[in-house]
Design a protein around this ligand. Structure first.
Ligand code: ZN
Length: 426
């Protein structure tokens, strides 16, 4: 599939990159996710936001030279399932909030992600070109955003945030509710075209019920086969793909058979989905930490009782699904699905996955495999000539101990995004 043609905030406006100074990192131990190796004594030359060269030595006039003293230099992390613009645990309540307040809180969430080492995110609901542009222009400090816009949901589906007693849905596009309700083939086609018009990198669709939604069941399937095929056809017509939220194999398999390219969550997946993932070259994006974070919020009495009940169903099964996916050789991308004030638990996803996956596989999920999902192989998720200069200087070796990534304040000595130094404690 070709990459998206019109969506990405990957080149800066305002000529900011042209003014950027050349930066040379010396004595770098470069972590290569693909083969899980560390190559010591390297020099990395950064020019105009990209890695210009990797060599054993280099000099440049007017360059800022940073000696990293043998520390690990790895590519910036990629979180493929985020919602910076979902700012309340109670999503039904959030739908009533002014967009200005939601945007302000989203800015804070984005900043936190970048300081945890995430230089790129895929926003699978809530974010739009306004948020992406605010980051691109430096109004907000945050990772670059690949956004899908509003999530497509059927009436009463997981993105329909009306409480059961409410009849009116605010379909004003600027409402913070991040679902767009569409029923029937003509409406789903229009909904996809609308997101394409707004520059969506992908289309997010609810294939099943959700944990935090108002009135549906986890084990439901959502949208008809005809609607799903129309959604995929419209997305593919624009050279973008469809990401599908699903829990059970019944919902996952319907999505994969209709051409959905990434399955989000998938906690209740069984063996029947594995051949379909392989056959359709699809990606799996588990989001385990969010269930632990929500369980913590539930213990504090911050979660509705019906959400808490659904949570128990998926929390226990999340690791079983990940183990099955890893054992079966699926392409697994890193995702967290956190929101509101739970974002700071983002690095815990590394620790949870390490129960069933080796560190190298987890790092690939947040670098090379994530870049593949974003259709940016070679540009993101690698330290290599031509790639964007998204670099982390890490005190420690995440291949030996993935937990160093869970203490970003202490372990990330330098964070660079697209050639700009965000943090430098060297
Ligand atoms: Zn999500």
């Amino acid at each position: 599939m070709l990459g998206p043609v019109r969506c990405q905030p990957i080149t800066a406006r305002n000529g900011r990159l042209e003014e950027m100074q050349t930066v040379i990192f010396r004595n770098a131990s470069i972590l290569n996710p693909a083969d899980a190796t560390i190559v010591p004594d390297q020099t990395i030359v950064v020019e105009s936001g990209r890695i210009a060269d990797i060599a054993s030595s280099a000099t440049a006039h007017d360059a800022l030279t940073i000696d990293v003293a043998g520390k690990t230099v790895m590519p910036g992390l990629i979180d493929c399932h985020t919602h910076p613009a979902v700012v309340d645990i109670d999503v039904t309540a959030m739908a009533e909030w002014p967009a200005s307040y939601v945007t302000a809180l989203a800015g804070r969430a984005l900043r936190g992600m970048l300081y945890r080492g995430f230089t790129t995110i895929r926003d699978v609901g809530g974010g739009d070109f306004g948020l992406a542009r605010a980051v691109e222009e430096g109004v907000f400090t945050g990772p670059r955003i690949f956004y899908g816009g509003k999530q497509l949901t059927q009436t009463g589906g997981a993105g329909d945030w009306r409480a059961p007693g409410r009849s009116v849905y605010d379909d004003n596009y600027h409402s913070p509710a991040f679902g767009v309700i569409c029923d029937g083939v003509p409406e789903v086609r229009r909904a996809v075209r609308e997101e394409v018009r707004r520059g969506a990198h992908h289309i997010k669709v609810y294939l099943s019920g959700a944990v935090d939604s108002a009135s549906d069941r986890i084990d439901s399937t959502q949208f008809s086969i005809e609607e799903l095929r129309a959604i995929v056809e419209e997305a593919n017509a624009a050279n973008i793909y469809v990401a599908g939220h699903a829990y059970t194999s019944r919902a996952i398999n319907r999505g994969l058979e209709c051409g959905v390219r990434s399955i989000e969550h998938g906690n209740l997946m069984d063996e029947s989905s594995i051949p379909l993932f392989h056959h359709h070259n699809a990606f799996y994006v588990p989001t385990i930490v969010t269930y632990h974070a929500l369980a913590g919020a539930a213990r504090e009495g911050r979660v509705h009782a019906d959400v808490e009940m659904k949570l128990q169903d998926v929390l226990e099964k999340a690791m079983t699904a990940l183990e099955l996916a890893h054992r079966s050789g699926l392409r697994i991308a890193f995702g967290t699905d956190l929101f509101a004030d739970l974002h700071d638990q983002q690095p815990q996803e590394f620790v949870l996955r390490s129960e069933v996956q080796p560190a190298a596989a987890i790092i690939r999920s947040a670098t090379t495999t994530a870049a593949e999902l974003l259709e940016r192989t070679g540009e993101l998720g690698v330290v290599a000539p031509g790639a964007y200069a998204d670099l982390l200087v890490v005190d420690g070796n995440p291949l030996e101990d993935i937990r160093v990534l869970t203490k970003p304040d202490a372990s990330l000595k330098l964070i660079m995004k697209q050639g700009s130094i965000v943090k430098n404690e060297l």
